[in-house]
Design a protein around this ligand. Structure first.
Ligand SMILES: [Fe+2]
Length: 162
């Protein structure tokens, strides 16, 4: 099978990050988020699932490349899972979880931006459409998890023992 182009590899990466986001949200949802944050995370999870589906559908339009793009996605998902395991331990609380999500969502914003930039030259209509939909959503995710971190931090006693 033909090797992936840089654009196709990037598409695999954003799909993998969307997969990893769902795994991270499932894990972090167990860290007792306040109800409004739990609700927000549920929506974020369904939007991550939609991003995975949109990316996967788009990958299917790349002739003969779909399975390689999805293999790339699974590799990224696995790396994301390892990062999650490294970052969170048994003592982690919801603030730690939101800090991890801030990194994860920043990663998604970064990768979708790169995919969009590469596509300025590649001019693939499907990629353009998907980036147009996903980049604002990922920026909103980043804003929301960052705001949630700060809100949780405001409730912590900085002088209490960790
Ligand atoms: Fe996201």
């Amino acid at each position: 099978m033909a090797e992936l182009t840089n654009l196709e590899t990037k598409l695999g990466e954003v799909i993998g990050l969307a997969m990893a986001a769902q795994v991270a949200i499932d894990r972090i949802s167990k860290l007792d988020p306040p109800p409004d944050l739990a609700k927000q995370m549920k929506q974020m999870r369904s939007e991550a699932a939609a991003a995975e589906k949109g990316g996967t559908d788009l990958a299917g339009t790349f002739d003969g490349k779909k399975s390689k793009i999805l293999a790339e996605a699974r590799t990224v998902k696995q790396k994301g899972g390892e990062m999650l395991k490294t970052y969170l331990d048994r003592d982690s609380d919801i603030l730690d979880g939101m800090e991890f999500m801030t990194m994860a969502e920043a990663g998604e914003v970064g990768h979708w931006s790169v995919l969009g930039e590469m596509n300025k030259t590649a001019r693939h209509a499907g990629v353009r459409e998907l980036v147009k939909v996903q980049l604002p959503i990922q920026k909103r995710h980043l804003k929301d998890v960052s705001a949630a971190s700060v809100q949780l931090a405001a409730k912590e006693d900085p002088n209490a023992e960790a």
